[in-house]
Design a protein around this ligand. Structure first.
Ligand code: KG4
Ligand code: ZN
Length: 374
């Protein structure tokens, strides 16, 4: 049995978890900073790193005690080295290095995106979400790689990527966003509609009573063959903005320039059809994500698709993935979609097997990519 204590502080969640054999969650503790950042409408980097400093030690202690293990039971430590906010990453990395040094434990530095991807290897993550997926049961993803090649759609606040995974640690990037990430688009459009932070869950909630066909927003990059597997969401965001302006003009509204963004200041949003706008926007994002994933799944003859990252928590995306993908798909339960350390522990397990521990002189890498081909 291998026990890894993993630490994740790349953005605004202070998290620690103990993972057994790369798949079993023995403990999973997440201290969320959402309430702290809400007044700013987004993550305030300095506030985030300061809060990580406050939370990191109790979160680690809690993860260890919840797991029923003691320090002497651990085989290794793992920590997110990037991508993410430099000041946030530093808290996790320096804490992990100090513990590794002090306790003489090997340390594995993990790419945050690889973590999201491995959320599908956790026991809870690899299971089919019955509410969302109605297909026959999936083959287990195992160390022998029987389920490879697997196609992975990563959709988070900072990334939207289609990755072909031929084996553990073997990634080929098929496509990525040319501008905004899917989660970023949710966050920006939520701000535009005066919805609260974080934008993804707020749009999802606002869309519940809305008509997804009310506005026909553009589906970016669906016709250009050279961008077959790439995404673009900034045009969609602009289309929502234009629609909002049009609706306001039609109702006799006026708008002043917003000095921060050069965009219209938010006026009275109460009269706007927020539910229809949110539902139509969400449908456009989901449509493009699922269409391109289905196309790539067919083109590369994969046996399975994994969807992961914060936006994978979106109900409309989960339902559409279940209905429209040509192969079985797995999406982790909600608590493993957004940032957590369990996924970092799962990724670290396979990285330790293939590469061994990371020498302690590594640094944080805020712009770290999952693969080097772009
Ligand atoms: O993976 P994550 O927790 O952090 C990053 O690594 O970026 O993803 C956060 C992103 C945010 O943009 C948030 O708005 C989005 O995931 N998100 C959602 C939902 N829940 C979180 N987007 C759409 N629908 C949701 N239910
Ligand atoms: Zn993330």
């Amino acid at each position: 049995m291998t026990l890894i204590l993993a630490i994740e502080t790349s953005c605004d969640e202070t998290a620690a978890a103990v993972i057994e054999d790369g798949h079993r969650i023995r403990s999973n503790v997440v201290a969320s900073q959402i309430e702290l950042h809400r007044p700013y409408g987004g993550v305030f980097p300095e506030v985030a790193s300061r809060q990580h400093v406050f939370d990191i030690v109790p979160v680690i202690q809690r993860a260890l005690s919840d797991s029923g293990a003691i320090w002497a039971d651990l085989d290794a430590l793992a920590v997110t080295r990037g991508p993410g906010l430099a000041g946030s990453l530093l808290v996790g990395v320096n804490t992990a290095k100090a513990i590794a040094w002090g306790r003489g434990l090997p340390l594995v530095a993990v790419n945050h995106l690889e973590g999201h991807l491995y959320s599908n290897w956790l026991d809870e993550g690899g299971k089919i979400d019955e509410a969302a997926i109605t297909r026959p049961s999936l083959p287990a993803l195992d160390a022998a790689g029987q389920a490879f090649p697997t196609l992975v759609l990563i959709v988070s606040g900072g990334h939207s990527e289609l990755i072909l995974m031929r084996g553990h640690g073997q990634y080929e990037r098929l496509g990525a966003t040319l501008d905004d990430a899917a989660g970023e688009a949710f966050d920006k459009v939520a701000r535009l509609l005066d919805l609260s932070y974080p934008g993804g869950p707020a749009i999802q909630k606002a869309a519940e009573g809305g008509n997804a066909a009310a506005f026909s927003f553009p589906r970016g990059l669906t016709t250009q063959p050279e961008h077959r597997f790439n995404f673009s969401f900034s045009g969609l965001k602009t289309a929502v903005l234009r629609q909002v302006r049009e609706l306001r003009n039609a109702s006799g509204g006026s708008h002043a320039a917003d000095p921060r963004a050069g965009e219209p200041a938010l006026l009275e949003n109460r009269e706007l059809p927020i539910a229809d706008l949110a539902a139509s926007f969400q449908a456009a994002v989901v449509d493009v994500l699922v269409a391109k994933t289905a196309d790539a799944a067919r083109a590369f003859g994969v046996g399975r698709v994994c969807v992961c990252g914060g936006v994978a928590a979106n109900k409309a995306l989960r339902e559409t993935v279940a209905r429209r993908l040509p192969v079985p798909a797995s999406i982790p339960p909600f608590f493993l979609c957004t940032d957590n350390a369990a996924m970092i522990g799962a990724a670290a397990h396979y990285r330790l097997l293939s590469h061994g521990p990371t020498p302690l002189d590594f640094d944080v890498e805020p712009n770290l990519a999952l693969v080097d081909n772009g």
